[in-house]
Design a protein around this ligand. Structure first.
Ligand SMILES: [Zn+2]
Length: 356
């Protein structure tokens, strides 16, 4: 009832038939090539298990996929020429650092560019350039390479590149003299784009989608609170959550077992525990949670605790909807929330059939 989009099987059939029925309403991302297409694309069709469908171009790009050179999904009739011009320049100069100064140097007014891209694609030109670089590097990681090697192989030594972005995110080199236990951070890829995991030797402290706006602040707060530093690297907790998240996205797992380090106040921990109790395939409103806690007066505080969650997917704050059933907000972006809820609706079906 929340979503009107046809299910993935219908979209896959349309893809094979090169049907124009969903033109402009759905796009297919191909995991093996990192490309996204219109369903009508004349190119050879991907296998079912390698496809992901999104409603918007922005969602495809957010997930690190590049537009196909054959069906050119970014080209839409009636679009302002400035959009196509800049997209063509982005394609031909993938290593360019697209600052506002660079745009001005090429004779563009940055605010005109921003407005034209927002109108045409729902995201800015800078976002597109950034996600494309991150997506490239993330794909390398997904193919099993170690983080640092992949970053080097992908040629992202440039200050604008992935390596620098990740290092900036993770912070300065570890201050080993502090003699405290270090935290480690690494990336892994998911169908919704790369996730960043931070763990000590045994417990997971943070799991977020790479582009969450609050992520840099969360990392800083975590280091301050634990008086520790975060270094790039892996611990068994990161390996475990990567495997579990992989199984979750494949529909094979709904209960996470990776040991969690929950760093909130007692109230926040209470709310997060309540969130974890919401079964896959179900949703709640803040008010429901407050009532279940037998404190109906604290609806706002429940909302804040929900927002303070930094274990995306595992502590399922995406299962909270507005009182009217609307999607409301999500730190990882509404399109991800929509995707997760749809996915969970799907993977919870066998359980309902068993009890029926
Ligand atoms: Zn195509």
């Amino acid at each position: 009832m929340l979503f009107e989009r046809p299910n993935d099987d219908t979209l896959y059939d349309a893809l094979i038939a090169r049907s124009a029925d969903y033109e402009g309403q759905a796009y297919v991302c191909v995991k093996t090539t990192g490309i996204f297409c219109r369903l009508t694309c004349p190119a050879r069709k991907p296998k079912r298990e390698n496809t992901i469908f999104f409603e918007t171009i922005a969602a495809c790009i957010h997930s690190g996929f590049r537009p196909c050179q054959r069906c050119r999904p970014l080209e839409q009739p009636g679009r302002e020429p400035i959009v196509d011009e800049l997209l063509a320049q982005l394609d031909s100069e993938p290593q360019m650092r697209w600052t506002e100064d660079e745009l001005v140097r090429r004779g563009y007014d940055p605010s005109t560019v921003r407005r034209a891209f927002k109108r045409a694609l729902g995201m800015t030109f800078h976002d597109i350039a950034r996600y494309r670089r991150l997506g490239e590097a993330a794909r390398q990681l997904a193919h099993g390479a170690r983080a640092i090697d992949a970053q080097l192989d992908a040629g992202y030594e440039s200050p604008s590149g992935f390596r620098a972005a990740f290092q900036r995110l993770v912070g300065k080199a570890p201050a080993l003299s502090q003699n405290r236990e270090l935290l480690f951070a690494d990336w892994f890829d998911t169908p919704l784009g790369p996730m960043v995991a931070v763990a000590d030797k045994t417990h997971l402290h943070l799991l977020e989608f790479h582009d969450r706006k609050a992520l840099p602040a969360e990392l800083e707060a975590l280091q301050r609170r634990l008086r520790s530093s975060v270094a790039i690297g892996r611990t068994p907790a990161i390996d475990q959550i990567e495997a579990e998240i992989g199984d979750y996205f494949q529909g094979r797992l709904t209960v996470f077992k990776t040991p969690l380090a929950l760093g909130g106040t007692p109230f926040e921990k209470h709310v997060w525990a309540k969130l974890i109790e919401i079964p896959v395939g179900q949703t709640r409103a803040y008010g429901d949670l407050a009532r279940e806690m037998e404190r109906p007066e604290v609806v706002r505080a429940v909302g804040r605790a929900n927002g303070a969650n930094q274990l995306a997917v595992i502590v399922p704050c995406h299962r909270i909807l507005g009182a009217d059933g609307s999607l409301t907000g999500y730190g990882g972006g509404l399109w991800r929330k929509q995707w997760l809820l749809r996915h969970e609706e799907k993977i919870s079906v066998p359980k309902m059939e068993r009890t029926a």
